[in-house]
Design a protein around this ligand. Sequence first.
Ligand SMILES: NC(=O)NCCC[C@H](N)C(=O)O
Length: 254
Amino acid sequence: MNRRALVRRPSPRLAEGLLTHLDRVPVDVDLAQRQWEAYVAALQAEGWETIEVPPAPDCPDSVFVEDTVVMYGDLAVLTRPGADERKAEVEGTEQTLRDLGFRIARIESPGTLDGGDVLKHDGTVWVGLGGRTNQAGIDQLAAHLAPLGASVVAVPLTKALHLKSAVTALPDGTVVGWDEVVDDPSVWDSFLAVPEEPGSHVVLLDEATVLMSSAAPRTRALYEERGLRVVAVDVTEYEKLEGCVTCLSVRLRG
Ligand SMILES: NC(=O)NCCC[C@H](N)C(=O)O
């Protein structure tokens, strides 16, 4: 399988990144750069080819490249981020995806949508309706994905920045989340509460391997007991800015 992922190196202005639910604490930008390089190396070590979106040094949150696009097969739906400070990040992602030959669609005003609000599994696309993504953005995404057979479900979101700040999905489709920030776990047929907040974010590297933060050792043990192989990386500087392992890459199919 052709496994490729978009990544985008952190801006020197990372410490100015937006905060919604966390208080600002000092961010070590040099450490963040090393953590980003280790994250990219971890993807490559698992057979993923990483493709860099041109850096956007004037956009403090540009490392969180997931928010700029929703991929579905050969279609790239460019987002319209809910925060004005982040709207300029989309241009670099568009340029890269056009060069790679993907079909392009886009969310347009008055719709807003961040890619971090979109969780996909097996033909269903759950979208967090909350601070960054509005109903118009969800409706537009649904229209773009309907021809591809996807069913889009809006999920109320009040306790976390993005849907994927609260929940992600294991390879078998089990949705995992940290109870305190999940508005309604009953949305999903199979939901597993995890013991640590950073444990609720996994990047699927293959059907039996996930990448996650090293800040959730008890959750790691839980995943390993379920038969998963876990690759753990330090993303402390990104967690300080309400980011996580899913925000730092966009996996491409095909
Ligand atoms: N997909 C994500 O969860 N992205 C994290 C974005 C964090 C950034 N500081 C923001 O508030 O937009």
